[in-house]
Each structure stands twice: as C-alpha cells, then as structure tokens.
Design a protein around this ligand. Structure first.
Ligand code: ADP
Ligand code: MG
Length: 714
C-alpha cells in the first residue's frame, strides 16, 4: 500500500493508535506524524552491563524487571515516584519515574526490555531517571534494521498512553510505505544551500544511522519552516503592491496643518521624520503596511494622529483600534482634547471643516452606539476610535482610508486584516507597538510590514528612577516605599500600585503572591490610610473600569491599585510613582512597559520593584537589569534571551508558532534572513507559485492553521 502525506493515520497505524495520536497531539494525517520530529537522540553505543555503570554515562541496557512500586511524596502526598528495579544478571539498577504511576502497568515483574538514559546518582546508588524503554519480545532478538542495529534511538515527545518507541513504530509504518514526495523546497534553493531532499531528510530525522544524518535533516527542515513562512509574507507583500488604495495627499491649510501649528509641544526629530514617511506612504495608490515601533512614551499617538488627519483632509476616514476599552477611551479623550475645536464638526463653536471623533466600544449604550455607527457610515466621523468590537460589529465606513492598530502585539495577525479585507480598495494600515521587537521576531511575526522605529523620547523627560525593594531582607524599605507614595501624593502627584493577581488564587495562580484585594485592603487600613484609593482590573464591568480610569486621570483618585490592565498605553502625566508588588512575577519588557506609566509629565518618575526573591537568584538579577537600564530595546533583547520561544512570539501568534518546530526566532537569525531572501526571489518569479505546487500546498496549510487558530481564539 502506498502511503500519502495526506492519508488518514487510521489507515496506516490502525484505529487504536490513531485515536491516541489524535487525542494527544491532534494528529490526523500521515504528514502530521512525519512532522513530529524526535526531541533528541540517544546513542546506543554498546549494550552496557550493569556492573560497569558510571554516573554521567549514556547507556542502553537490556534487563529484566525484578520489582516495581509507587511511592507518594510531596505536599499532601500528591506526587508519585515510581521505582522499578531491574537486573541483567550482573547487577541491579533502579529506574525512577516521577508522576508516571502508569509505568507499573508496562513494567511488570519478569518483563524484559531495553532501557536507555543517563546514569545518575541518588543517595549513593546509581539510577536512571525517566529512561527510554522498549520491551523486547520473548526471543530477545534484535534485527539488523531495528534501532539497535542502527545505533541511535530517536526520542519523541510522548504521553502516558503512547511511549516514545510506539511513536517510532508508527513513524516507521508511514515511512516504509511512503509514496514519492514533492519537495516544498525548490530544487535550486536546496542545492544552493546543500540541503537534503525531503524524502531523505524524513528518513534521516526519524531513522538516522549517524549523528551527521539527523543534524543535516534538522538543518533542512529548519530552513523549510523559515522558508514557507517567509513565502507567505513575500506573497502578502506582493499582493499589497498589486492592491489599490486611494491616495490621500496632504491638503494645504487642512486639519493636519492647523493641528501641527497649534501642537502644545515641539515634535521630536524622530516623530517628524516618521510622520513624513507615513505622509508620503499615504500619497501612494497602493496600501501602506507599516509597523511603528517606539520606546514607551516616545509619542506614537501624535504621529498616528497626523496621519489620520491627512486622510481626513483628503476626504477619507480613519479608524484607531486599541486592545482594551481603557486604552480606547483614553485615546478618544486625548485626541478630542488635542484637536479642540477641530474635532467639533457640526457643533456650535466647531471650526470650519472640523471633523468628528467617535468612540466605539463594546460597552457603549444603545443610543451612543447608534450615533457612532451612523457617523461612521455617513462619514461625519473622520476618526473612529474603538476596541476590536469595532471589527466584530461590522461597522460600515463611508470611506475608510486608514486603519491604525495600537499595541499590535496584543492582536492576532488575522485580526488586523479583518477590516482590511472587506473592501476592494484597501485602506492604508499603520500598526503600532510599544514593545520593541527584535528584528527576527519582527520578520517572523510581522514579515509583511515595513518598519519604522522611534527611539528618542520628547525633550524634558526626566528618566525614571527604578529601585529594587527586597522586601524579605529589608522590611524597613517597604515602609519607606509607602512613605514615598504618601510624599508624592502630598505633593499633588498620583501613584500606581501594580499587583500580579486579582483575588483568591486560582489553581493556576501563585498563592505566594499578594492579591489586588489584599493589597488594597492593607494599604487602605494601614500605610496609605486616608488617601483616595481606586481599584482597576480586567474583570470589572466596562463602565466601572472607565469610571475608575477617568477618575484617576482627572485626579479624583490618589492611588490606583491595578493589575497589568495599566501595562500598555495608559497615559496619566500626573502619576509619578509606581510600586510593583511581586515584581519578579513579571517579564523584563513587561516591567519596562509598566514603569512607562510614570514620569510621563515634567516631574521625574520613580518605580519601586518589590520582591521577595533573593538578589542573587535569576529573578533578582532580572530585576536588577531592569533597574539598571532604561533602554527598551536593550531590555527586549535580554527578554528574548530569557524567555521561551512561545512567549517571544506571544500567545496570540500561536498559528505561526505551532508551525515552528525546529526554528527559533532567538537563535536562527541567519536562517530567517536567508529564507526571506530566497522566498522573495521565488515569489518575484512565480507570484502564484504555479510552478511550485508542493510549496503552494505548504503555504496554504500554514495559512489554514493560522486562520483556524484565529477562529478558535475569538
Ligand atoms: P507612546 O508612544 O508610549 O504611545 P504617547 O503617544 O502616549 O506615547 O505619548 C506620551 C505622552 O507624551 C503624551 O502625553 C503625549 O501628548 C506626549 N508627547 C508626545 N510627543 C511629544 C513631544 N514631542 N513633546 C512633548 N510631549 C510629547
Ligand atoms: Mg501608546
């Protein structure tokens, strides 16, 4: 029987195994399994006998189970350790498994098998922890072609129901019957780089006979991952160049010009330069697709506003999407205030040709929503600010010319296209993010965007001073911290207190950390008694969130105890001090974002990072790094080095993430760059991939997972 990559697994490995593969790994077809590469490889070397084991050795032994038993340990005896004693006649060895009580079923007394792993030492005796195990049938025979004959054992990510060697067997069934394959990597792309063809590489990654084989197979598949992804982007870029957009040239004496004249501050050189670049983009007849990265507080909003006004001047409309309601209403407030009478279109006292700025969020009352929708549809609202409710509710625009997406790292890739794909003439798109993104991540996640970067802060900003408060070692510092908060408030400023969770710790949350409710109660009763303290978190009803945020912005609250809902974008210049509780629970970039909430006015900002962790621990060192640097770009590089791949790409980017098995955006910058060039060349010559059917199929599959992933999240 010939096996195709698209064959149902059921027909190749049987119903029972197929069911387990599907429930454990979501695999349904042969290709899914073939792309489940071994996690690592164990060298068999020679069978070692038990009397010759040394700690640190990687060994494979053939032995018989003498006894097996589960032990409970840990808090409440909720964890299990399974100890299996085996013998090969020359000696005995203990195998240890944690949280795998089911091992007892497979390792019954008398069973003979192969065990592979690294020899460790525990309380003076030798043991293997979590060894790979393969039962040997009664004859104990090992054929030439078995894994022992080949000398290398592939170790797969396995589950309780499906051991690594069972996966190996299933893979073998697929490989043995595999029909000839089309290679998604074009031949010249492969030969230029000395990469193996797909069939050989599959064989070598799953059944290597030497280390060099699996290494070069990995190189090939790693490149393939980068290449397919970059082909998606190259195609999108190509399509954008073909797409038409309405040109929105600047209009002399228009809103943009008048607004610029009355700006209460001087634009930084970076703001001017990027505003010009975007202005020129908007004059083109194909859509702009630009990513604006900027240091926290660098003033991205004004740059976006200039672009929006240029579009309004030219007769179009602009939409500004924010990730949270708090941020959307803040943008609405700020833009309305900045524009003054320029935003009072059709109202008494409004300037001639003034426009209107409408807010559209999910929590809007029926009347306000109707008005906002009507203004969007008629074109009376030149600017519509909203959360992604804006997308979901199918807002009709008279003439949407520009879509600005703020804090894009909170959105999925698909989300940004939802509004864009609706019409034939595409709007221009400006995406903004305050978390500086390392180059490779930008190429992997936003590979279809041009990038501009705002590095400088407006003049006159005092740097934020950041201090780590080791609460365990120096309780007195904690008292001093609250005293500082009081002093700031007495001086007319405001403060944030940030916590890592809201209330009673849930299963997944850390019970050691301080909750918002506790901290709020303690502060109100103790160190901050008498101050006006508000609470803000994501689970509050929207109108309550708004009311609290507005009250804080208006100076009616002295202190805001909040979760990370204040992380991005919140702009209250009168806030000068931030105390972050359990600061070690936050990531490096996140802390940098958070402290960007203070010191936004002319007063210097102070950020206190409270932690129970040891200054010498990794967490303590991370906090020290944040305290020592105010450069968001440097910190984001550090962050990327410290974080796991998935966190780097962001939970929201999981469609892309799940397609990356071997490629790391942290470590493989050269591969990503190379693949980008190669993809660009291929797409330029063959935009629809008509001559590259296998590549087209891979691209299509990737886009489908991304899409499916997006749908699942909404
Ligand atoms: P971010 O880039 O973090 O989104 P914002 O756009 O919210 O920053 O700007 C932060 C604050 O700085 C706002 O209050 C804004 O009005 C102000 N601002 C922006 N540009 C300048 C400038 N050139 N000079 C002084 N203040 C500015
Ligand atoms: Mg912002």
């Amino acid at each position: 029987m010939q096996v195709e990559p698209s064959s149902r697994l059921r027909s190749v490995v049987g119903d029972k195994t197929a069911k387990v593969l599907e429930s454990a790994f979501d695999m349904t077809v042969v290709d899914d399994l073939l792309r489940h590469y071994p996690r690592r490889y164990a060298d068999i070397g020679q069978l070692t006998d038990l009397s010759h084991l040394r700690p640190g050795q990687h060994v494979t032994i053939m032995a018989r189970v003498v006894s097996a038993k589960n032990y409970s340990f840990g808090p409440g005896g909720r964890r299990t350790r399974t100890e299996v004693v085996v013998t090969d006649g020359t000696g005995r060895l203990t195998l240890t498994f944690f949280q795998q009580a089911w091992r007892l079923k497979t390792m019954t007394e008398g069973k003979v098998g192969l065990f592979a792993g690294e020899v460790g030492e525990f309380r003076g005796s030798l043991q293997l922890t979590h060894p790979d195990f393969e039962p040997v049938d009664g004859s104990g025979e090992i054929s030439e072609d078995s894994r022992l004959g080949r000398g290398i054992i592939p170790l797969y990510r396995a589950t309780a129901k499906l051991a690594s060697w069972r996966i190996e067997q299933s893979v073998a069934l697929c490989l043995d019957g595999l029909a000839p394959l089309d290679d998604p990597l074009p031949e010249d792309v492969r030969t230029q780089r000395g990469l193996t063809d797909v069939r050989t590489a599959l064989e070598e990654i799953h059944r290597p006979r030497a280390k060099e084989q699996w290494q070069r197979a990995r190189d090939r598949f790693r490149f393939e991952e980068a290449f397919v992804l970059q082909t998606v982007f190259a195609q999108r870029r190509h399509a954008l160049e073909r797409d038409t957009a309405t040109a929105r040239p600047p209009v002399g004496g228009g809103l943009r010009e008048r607004f610029t004249e009355r700006l209460p501050f001087v634009l930084t050189a970076g703001q001017k330069e990027i505003a010009d670049v975007i202005g020129a983009d908007l004059e083109q007849t194909h859509p702009m697709h630009r990513l604006l990265q900027g240091e926290v507080g660098s003033g991205k909003t004004v740059v976006a506003l200039l672009a929006m006004l240029q579009v309004v001047d030219a007769g179009g409309q602009a939409a500004l999407l924010a990730p949270t309601e708090v941020l959307a209403s803040q943008h609405h407030r700020a833009i309305t205030a900045l524009l003054g009478d320029l935003a009072q279109g059709g109202m008494l006292g409004g300037a001639d040709d003034a426009t209107r700025v409408q807010l559209l969020t999910g929590s809007l009352g029926a009347k306000a929503r109707k008005e906002a929708l009507a203004d969007a549809a008629s074109g009376d609202a030149g600017i519509v600010v909203g959360t992604h409710a804006l997308i979901q509710e199918h807002v009709q625009f008279a003439d949407l010319g520009l879509l600005v997406v703020d804090e894009q790292h909170r959105f999925g890739v698909e989300q940004r296209s939802a509004l864009v794909d609706r019409s034939d003439v595409k709007p221009h798109v400006l995406v903004m993010t305050a978390t500086p993104i390392p180059r490779t991540v930008a190429m992997t996640v936003f590979g279809d965007l041009e990038t501009s970067t705002l590095r400088e802060l407006p003049a006159g900003r005092k740097p934020i001073q950041t201090t780590v408060v080791p609460a365990a070692e120096r309780p007195a510092w904690m008292d001093r911290a609250w005293q500082r908060v009081r002093e700031e408030v007495d001086g007319g400023s405001q403060a944030y207190v940030v916590v890592s969770r809201i209330g009673v710790a849930e299963e997944s949350e850390d019970k050691e950390t301080r909750s918002l409710l506790d901290v709020h109660a303690e502060l109100a009763a103790g160190p901050l008694a008498g101050l006006r303290i508000g609470m803000l978190h994501g689970r509050l009803p929207s109108d309550e969130k708004d009311a609290t945020m507005n009250a804080f912005a208006a100076g009616e609250l002295d202190v805001l105890v909040a979760t990370t809902v204040v992380e991005v974008g919140v702009d209250v210049p009168n806030a000068t001090v931030m105390v972050v509780m359990d600061a070690d629970r936050f990531g490096v970039s996140q802390l940098h974002q958070l402290r960007g909430r203070v010191g936004r006015g002319s007063e210097p900002g102070l950020c206190l990072l409270v932690t129970m962790s040891d200054p010498d621990s990794p967490a303590g060192e991370r906090l020290a790094a944040v305290a020592a640097s105010t450069d968001g770009f440097e910190l984001s590089r550090l962050d990327v080095e410290l974080r796991h791949e998935g966190d780097v790409l962001g939970a929201r980017q999981s469609g892309v993430r799940s397609s990356l098995r071997l490629l790391s955006v942290v470590r493989h910058e050269d591969v990503i760059t190379d693949a980008r060039d190669a993809a660009q060349t291929v797409v330029a010559a063959d935009p629809t991939l008509a001559d590259h059917p296998a590549l087209a199929a891979a691209v299509h599959a990737l886009e489908e997972t991304e899409q499916a992933d997006y749908l699942e999240r909404t």
